[in-house]
Design a binder for this molecule. Structure first.
Ligand code: BES
Ligand code: MN
Ligand code: ZN
Length: 489
C-alpha cells in the first residue's frame, strides 16, 4: 500500500530517498518548475548543464536520474520533463512516470507545480497511480516493491491528498479486478467482492443469482451466462445523498472471460479477454469513489456479470432471447455478447428513473480500429450528454471522443424471427452498430450515453505516464467526474 501526504518542506532539505523535480524546457536547458534558483545554486550552478549532458531537456515523458553527492538532502534526484505550460494531466503523467521508475525505493518526494489544490491533487494522484503494481501472483520476488511513502511538496491543505487517495484506490481496485485471472474472478466471486468493497464504502448492494435472473426475465444475462459452470449475476449498487437532486445510473459490461461462446474467438484474440469485465469494474470503482467522496448526487450502478463460454448448455447462434425490456433478440453471433448483457442492465437501470444512464463496456474490436488503444468512443441519444461525457473524460485525462449513432444502421439489425438481431451484416462501423443496438433498450425520454472502451481498458504495450501494463482502470475517474458535474450543491 502506497500512501501520499502533502508537506510544505523545502526540496533542498526534505528527508527522502529520492527527490523528484519537474522541469520545463528553457532556452539554456531544463529549468526546475519550482525552486529553480535554490536548486541550481545547491548544485553549484551545474544542474542544467548536467541534465543537458544526459540529453534531458524537460520535454514531457523525459526522465533522468542524477546522484546528488550531498548537494541536497536526498541522495537521488529524479528529473522529469513537464513540457511548456503543463496542465493537470501533464502533472499526473510526469508524477506517474517518475514514481514508476523508482520501484524498489521506499520514499520519494515530488517537487512539481503544486500551488493550487487541483495541482497538488494531480501530482498526488499521478504519483499514486504510478506506484501501482500487481504482484499478487509473483513468488519469484522478481518484481520490486513500489514506492510506499510519497510526499508532495505543497502548501495546500491535506484535502487534496485525501481526494487523490480516494480516486487512486478506486482506479487501483479496478486494475486489480481486471488483472485477476478468470480462474479467480468469476461472476459470483465478482459479486462477493462488490458486496464487500461496496458495503465498506457505505453502498447498499443487492445481488441477483442465476435463478433470480431467470425468474426476473433477464434473458440476455442468462443466455450469455448459460454456457459456463460459473453462473451469471446482476449486482445493483446504490448510493444516496440526502441533498441530492439528480440520480445517475451506470451500467457496466462484466464478462469475466469472453471466449466468444460457440462463435469461438481465435486463440490470439482470446488472450486478454479477462479484461472484458473492465466496464463493470469501472462502475464498481466509480460508485465506491462517489460514496467515499460523499458527492451530493444519487448514484446506482449495475454490474452485468457473466462468463461467455462454449459448452453443451451454451446459447447457440439462432437462439432467441427474451430481454428484460420485453423485446426479443435473435442471437446471430454469441461473441456479440456484451450488448446482450447490457440490454438487460440498461432496461433495469431505467426503472430507477435516473436523469442519465451511462453504460461502459469493452464492447467492440471496431472501437480499437476506429480510435486506437487509448481513446474510448462515446455515443449518446443527446448531443449535450455526449459532449458532457467527452468533457468529463478530457478533464480526467482519459481519452474519449464523440461518435455518431447513424440511424441508417438500424435496418441491418432487423431479424426475420425476432424484434432485433445482435449482429449487423456489415463489418464497417461495428462500434456504431453496437451503439444503435443498445439505444433500442433505452426507454423514450431517458438520456443515455454509451462508452466503448475496448482498447483503453487494458494496456498490452509498454507502461506510460501513470498507466501500467495490464488493467488500466480506464473511465473510472470519468464516471466520478460525471457525478461531480451532476452534484446539486
Ligand atoms: N469483448 C469483445 C470486444 C473486444 C475486442 C474487447 C477486443 C477488447 C478487445 C466483444 O465481446 C466482441 O467479441 N465483439 C465482437 C462483436 C462482433 C461479433 C459483432 C467484435 O468486436 O469482434
Ligand atoms: Mn465477445
Ligand atoms: Zn466481450
Amino acid at each position: 500500500m502506497t500512501t501520499v501526504r502533502l508537506n510544505s518542506a523545502d526540496p533542498l532539505s526534505v528527508d527522502t530517498d529520492a527527490l523528484i523535480v519537474g522541469f520545463l524546457p528553457g532556452q539554456d536547458g531544463p529549468v526546475p518548475a519550482v525552486s529553480a534558483e535554490s536548486l541550481e545554486s545547491a548544485f553549484g550552478g551545474r544542474l542544467a548543464a548536467s541534465l543537458r549532458a544526459v540529453a534531458f531537456s524537460g520535454k514531457p515523458g523525459e526522465l533522468a536520474k542524477l546522484p546528488t553527492f550531498g548537494a541536497v538532502a536526498a541522495p537521488l534526484l529524479v528529473a522529469v520533463g513537464l513540457g511548456g505550460s503543463p496542465g493537470h494531466e501533464e502533472l499526473r503523467r510526469a508524477a506517474g512516470t517518475a514514481v514508476r521508475s523508482l520501484a524498489g525505493t521506499s520514499r520519494a518526494a515530488l517537487a512539481l507545480p503544486a500551488g493550487t489544490a487541483e495541482q497538488a491533487e494531480a501530482v498526488a494522484l499521478g504519483a499514486l497511480l504510478g506506484a501501482y503494481a500487481f504482484a499478487r501472483y509473483r513468488t519469484d520476488g522478481e518484481q520490486q516493491a513500489p514506492v510506499s511513502e510519497l510526499t508532495v511538496l505543497s502548501e495546500q491543505p491535506a484535502d487534496a491528498a485525501e481526494r487523490a487517495g480516494v480516486l487512486a484506490e478506486s482506479v487501483c481496485l479496478v486494475r486489480d479486478l481486471v488483472n485477476t485471472p478468470p480462474s479467480d474472478l468469476w461472476p459470483a466471486r465478482f459479486a462477493e467482492i462488490a458486496e464487500q468493497v461496496g458495503g465498506k464504502a457505505g453502498l447498499s448492494v443487492e445481488v441477483l443469482d442465476d435463478e433470480q435472473l431467470r425468474a426476473g426475465g433477464y434473458g440476455g444475462i442468462v443466455g450469455v451466462g448459460q454456457g459456463s459452470a460459473n453462473p451469471p449475476r446482476l449486482v445493483r449498487l446504490a448510493y444516496r445523498h440526502p441533498e441530492a437532486t439528480k440520480t445517475l445510473a451506470f451500467v457496466g459490461k462484466g464478462i469475466t472471460f469472453d471466449s466468444g461462446g460457440l462463435s469461438l474467438k481465435p486463440s490470439a484474440s482470446m488472450a486478454w479477454m479477462k479484461s472484458d469485465m473492465g466496464g463493470a469494474g469501472a462502475v464498481l470503482g466509480a460508485l465506491v469513489g462517489i460514496a467515499r467522496l460523499g458527492l451530493p448526487v444519487n448514484a446506482v450502478g449495475y454490474l452485468c456479470l457473466a462468463e461467455n463460454l462454449p459448452s453443451g448448455t451454451a446459447q447457440r447462434p439462432s437462439d432467441v432471447l427474451h430481454s428484460y425490456s420485453g423485446k426479443t433478440v435473435e442471437v446471430l453471433d454469441t461473441d456479440a455478447e456484451g450488448r446482450l448483457v447490457l440490454m438487460d442492465g440498461i432496461a433495469r437501470a431505467a426503472e430507477d428513473d435516473p436523469d442519465l444512464i451511462v453504460d461502459v463496456a469493452t464492447l467492440t474490436g471496431a472501437q480499437i480500429v476506429a480510435l486506437g488503444w487509448r481513446t474510448a468512443g462515446v455515443m449518446a441519444n443527446d448531443d449535450a450528454v455526449r459532449e458532457l461525457v467527452v468533457e468529463a473524460a478530457g478533464a480526467a485525462g482519459e481519452g474519449a471522443w464523440g461518435m455518431p449513432l447513424p440511424e441508417e444502421l438500424r435496418r441491418g439489425l432487423d431479424s426475420p424471427v425476432a424484434d432485433i438481431a445482435n449482429l449487423h451484416p456489415e463489418r464497417w462501423g461495428g462500434m456504431l452498430a453496437a451503439g444503435i443496438f443498445l439505444k433500442e433498450f433505452v426507454p423514450d425520454g431517458v438520456r443515455w450515453a454509451h462508452i466503448d472502451m475496448a482498447g483503453p481498458a487494458f494496456n498490452k504495450g509498454e507502461p506510460h505516464g501513470y498507466t501500467p501494463v495490464g488493467g488500466t482502470g480506464a473511465i473510472t475517474r470519468t464516471l466520478i467526474g460525471l457525478a461531480e458535474r451532476h452534484a446539486s450543491i
